[in-house]
Design a protein around this ligand. Sequence first.
Ligand SMILES: Cc1cc2nc3c(=O)[nH]c(=O)nc-3n(C[C@H](O)[C@H](O)[C@H](O)COP(=O)(O)O)c2cc1C
Length: 324
Amino acid sequence: MAFVLGIMGSPRREGNTELLLSAFLEGVRRNGLQVRKLYVAEQGIAPCMGCRYCEREGFCKLSDGMDDVYRLLRRADLVVLATPIFFYGTPAQTKALIDRVQALWSRKYRLGLQDPKAPWRKGFLLAVGATKGKNLFAGVELTAKYFFDSLGASFEGTLGFRQVDKPGDIAMHPTALEEARARGRELSGGLSRRRRVLFLCRENARRSQMAEALLQRYAGDRFDADSAGEEPAPEIDPLTMRVMAEKGMDLAYRRPKGAGEVLGQGPFDLLVRMGCEVSCPAVSALQQEEWDLEDPAGGSPEAFQRVRDEIENRVKDLISRFGK
Ligand SMILES: Cc1cc2nc3c(=O)[nH]c(=O)nc-3n(C[C@H](O)[C@H](O)[C@H](O)COP(=O)(O)O)c2cc1C
């Protein structure tokens, strides 16, 4: 199901930033999408040390509250960064999160990998500040531009309000909350109109993960692709990661899901079963089809490549059959 991440960048709960972000997310919820508000200052994110580990390995050497944030950022279809202006920048806690996105920058620009959702994921900036200077939001806008680029999102714009200082000031503004609600609704509207496709296999570690990523990569703006397995494996098969990376596709931060996690998210427009012979759980779907695919589990890299290429052809065919 489409997922929207709201980054609450003020250390102050229920202040101006949070009120503005809540209004935006309320607009998103009206489209029936899943949302999550992330309280950055409570997440325990250490600042980047600039050690360059991520440039070599593609992952951050530190392990802390940012581990979850990488997964949430990669899951999100729309990311909204909400921040107060602190000395023409973001609060330090939020800047720590932004700097740690260097690991995603490295995956993109050093390792040449593309997140399958990157071609259509959107990013938006909400900002509040006390003064009324023309350049009040210039600093955070520049930071946001490169933040969104690194996580694979197009920067869709800023909604900033000046002369907002004391707690509750934003609620006194004649239009601010309504504007935020309207932007949330408008920016997430397209996501809610996509056809929903679920790929189901046994472990959600190979075939269904490939299919989900390929559909997202080629037509994620028109299809909301998800995948799950009857008996989810602890992690995605490293050979799946490898053969997808050969095609430039980055499956990092994804994990296998059990069918139970997606059951309640129906009805899907299309359920594609691939090798869950015994007891595919009852998923509510308007249409179903069975893809008869070789199971590459335990096989050679060449077997994984064969299956990947077969799935790629079938995904392209699916797009042409249902894409109108
Ligand atoms: C450390 C700090 C630095 C600030 N720097 C600026 C600034 O450079 N320009 C500005 O207009 N407001 C500045 N402000 C004011 C905040 O942007 C303003 O109070 C905002 O409404 C706070 O949002 P919140 O209620 O979500 O915390 C600063 C506030 C703090 C605490």
